[in-house]
Design a binder for this molecule. Structure first.
Ligand code: PRE
Length: 289
């Protein structure tokens, strides 16, 4: 049976690029959805087998929409992660000088990755946020008489009737976005030395030093953590969950021991996934994980 992969559309997004890289060589059908919640709900409602969603960018940080939907709206495991290189380009239908561009359209993450470029070169242009970069490129292509430009990738430029005004406009060259692969199914994944486990920890209220003790449970076991982040629980000001990335896969001794110690403090732990991660190298022509 051909498996369905849901991604943030329309065709030509970075998420589509990442999905096609991740599932290269497998017989899958790619299905665009118009928002990140819709992508995750497609898997939750069993309309698709896999969701590919952006979770963090190296310049702009966490994609809160993805994180919050995963925490609050669905209960689906992370089964893989791909760090994918991101290059942003400015494109338009018309032949325009920067001074003639009245409006720049793109996804908020893409705009944020090019903030200094926009301030230096297009300070007068209005910014309009879209649901994805490809959506912005499509809109610019569909309005060929408007003095608009879009920020997006090469794939979108090859699909929609636009040309480059300026290539490589991100403010920092080492631009990467991490994508999660979310599913109730386990695909056949390429071997990797890199495994992670992500957990959501909810601290008991009125417990001074609780976070310190949570971290201590990992520290004295010499378990390495690669990320810790707080997100509001949405139950009131000052209430947070902590999302912790642990640098190893779920095992039978160390992690269960640490989790039991943390639960004994009165904390709740939800495992978001234990999964392999891959990095696509930025070099031209490099197609291997
Ligand atoms: O708009 C797109 O093309 C997306 O795939 C979304 C998204 C994001 O949300 O971070 C993905 C990668 C880039 O960092 C910019 C935008």
């Amino acid at each position: 049976m051909e498996r369905k992969v849901a991604f943030l559309g329309p065709v030509g997004t970075f998420t589509e690029e990442a999905a096609r890289f991740f599932f290269a060589g497998e017989s899958v059908q790619y299905i665009p959805y118009s928002s990140i919640p819709d992508v995750l709900d497609a898997v939750d409602l069993e309309k698709a087998h896999y969701a590919v969603v952006p979770i963090e960018n190296s310049i702009e940080g966490t994609v809160n929409l993805t994180m919050d939907h995963l925490i609050h709206q669905v209960d689906l495991p992370i089964i893989g992660e791909l760090a994918y290189p991101i290059s942003q380009h400015l494109m338009a239908s018309l032949k325009l000088d920067f001074s003639q561009v009245k409006k720049v359209l793109s996804h908020p993450q893409a705009v944020a990755q090019c903030r200094h470029f926009l301030q230096r070169n297009l300070p007068h242009a209005e910014i309009e946020y879209t649901k994805s970069t490809a959506e912005a490129v499509r809109l610019v292509g569909e309005n060929p008489t408007q003095p608009w430009a879009a920020i997006g990738n090469r794939l979108a430029q090859s699909i929609y009737p636009v040309h480059f005004l300026q290539e490589e406009i991100q403010d920092h060259s080492n631009n990467y976005t991490r994508f999660f692969i979310i599913s109730r199914y386990k695909p056949v994944l390429q071997a990797t030395d890199h495994e992670k486990t992500s957990i959501l920890v909810t601290l008991p209220s009125d417990f001074p030093g609780a976070l310190y003790q949570v971290l201590a449970a990992f520290a004295w076991r010499k378990i390495n953590l690669s990320k810790i982040e707080s997100r509001p629980t949405k139950t009131g000001l000052g209430n947070y969950h902590f999302i912790i990335d642990i640098d190893q896969q779920m095992d039978e001794v160390l992690l269960p021991g640490a989790f039991a110690e943390i639960e004994a403090l009165g904390c709740q732990i939800r495992t978001l996934g234990s999964y392999p991660f891959y990095v696509k190298k930025a070099e031209v022509g490099s197609e291997s994980c």
